[in-house]
Design a protein. Sequence first.
Length: 75
Amino acid sequence: MDGYERPDVVKYRNSEFLPLMVLYERCMVQWKPEGIGLVRVKLDLRLEEKRVIAVFQDKSCFHVNDNKQMGWCAP
């Protein structure tokens, strides 16, 4: 179990995180399909609102020197 299934985590996600994301969602850029591509939907923000840019991270981990065939070593 990675922890995301723990009862306290599930409760937080359902009662706090997801309702907050619903509020932010109206301030996020939306895209709709048109033809073979996507078109950005114009935001209708109130005066006190700003555009929200969501940045998400998954569990992947990448390193700049993965799979290098040569490296620099101090003598």
